[in-house]
Design a protein around this ligand. Structure first.
Ligand SMILES: CSC[C@H]1O[C@H](OP(=O)(O)O)[C@H](O)[C@@H]1O
Length: 350
């Protein structure tokens, strides 16, 4: 299985996902600026992977700090955290990971700064290791919505490349394959950055899983033919009422699934659930550059001065979602109650 991120000898190694599928280039990230750039340019991407990378970004940013009193050190750490947090606004895992690193520093405020740096390095490693276990659990919980012989449609990439391992939406598919089930996948190409055609097809084929690439505007026809048994997608932020921000186009896929009576599931760790954000209307949607649409991957496909709107995410209202597959179980409606329940540790199928 691919390894999206690896921290060793004080450097963060990532697959540069902007080069996939034609080049599998591993790059070393040695500074917080390089980490910011990698997240901003989607060299590393996907909510959990962004959070893990940002945690290591804090480690890289503090390693050469010379402040030896806690308050000065902590002020610098907060600046580094704020800087990394300005890279992308929608995936809540980024902010969750940064908050966790800040809290860890505060918990150890009476220790020597050099010891705190070591503790924070260990905290970032823990975040990555925990994500591996969480994604495996999402796979185990998510397999409940699959059957041997099923065909799944997915959008964007919520696989290994978006996490530390296994993925979220793709985790149940990998587990089904391990169990010897006959599983097929239709992957939306997912314009404009083509995470589906560049990344999802790449990683599923590497794993020997039957995947068919379709353009985004084919999903309706494929569903109308009865070829899809279930839709599973990832998530970048789940609001307290169960509205979900995910890659642009997800909302349309959810509407199509409803129209064709196809179950629609979202998969993600509880670190992607944001109880502080009441509804999907309150989620900040990242808008990206015009060049991604009019000049995607090197070919100009529109007049250079055409007006462009390029939101990287959209929001799927909770009423279109049959369940949210987490490491603590599958959360179902009423989401405003049941999302709080899994945070109270009660967890499990609702
Ligand atoms: C497992 S989270 C994956 C999630 O993140 C992707 O966004 P991006 O490629 O812009 O980082 C997409 O929304 C996926 O569903």
């Amino acid at each position: 299985m691919l390894k999206t991120l690896e921290y060793r000898d004080g450097k963060l190694y990532i697959i540069d996902q902007t080069k996939l599928p034609t080049e599998k280039e591993i790059i070393a990230i040695e500074t917080v600026e390089e980490c910011f750039d990698a997240i901003k340019k989607l060299k590393v991407r996907g909510a959990p992977a962004i959070g893990i990378a940002a945690a290591y970004g804090v480690v890289l940013g503090i390693k050469d700090l010379e402040e030896d009193d806690f308050n000065s050190f902590y002020n610098e750490l907060k600046k580094i955290s704020k800087y990394l947090g300005s890279s992308r606004p929608t995936a809540v895992n980024l902010f969750w990971a940064l908050d966790r690193m800040e809290k860890k520093a505060l918990e150890n405020k009476y220790k020597p700064v050099e010891e705190i740096k070591k503790i924070l390095e260990e905290e970032a490693i823990s975040i990555q290791r925990e994500d591996e276990k969480i994604c495996k659990k999402i796979g185990e919980n998510g397999i409940e919505v699959l059957k041997d012989g099923y065909t799944i449609l997915t959008h964007c990439n919520a696989g290994v490349l978006a996490t530390s391992k296994y993925g979220t939406a793709l985790a149940p598919i990998y587990l089904a394959k391990e169990r010897g089930w006959n599983i097929k996948v239709f992957a939306d190409e997912t314009r404009p950055l083509l995470q589906g055609s560049r990344l999802t097809t790449f990683e599923l084929m590497e794993a020997g899983i039957d995947v068919t690439l379709i353009t985004d505007n084919m999903a309706a026809m494929v569903m109308s033919k009865g070829w899809i048994d279930v839709v599973i997608v990832g998530c970048d932020r789940v609001a307290a009422n169960g509205d979900v921000a995910n890659k642009i186009g997800t909302y349309g896929v959810a509407l199509l699934a409803k129209a064709h009576n196809i179950p629609f599931y979202v998969a993600g760790p509880t670190t992607t659930i944001d109880l502080k954000t009441p509804t999907g209307k309150d989620i900040v949607i990242e808008e990206r550059g015009r060049e991604e649409i009019i000049c995607g991957f090197g070919k100009q496909t529109a007049p250079s001065n055409v007006k462009v709107y390029n939101p990287a995410f959209d929001v799927t209202p909770n009423e279109l979602i049959d369940g949210i597959i987490t490491e603590k179980g599958i959360v179902r409606a009423p989401y405003d109650i049941n999302l709080k329940t899994i945070f109270s540790g009660a967890g499990g199928e609702n």
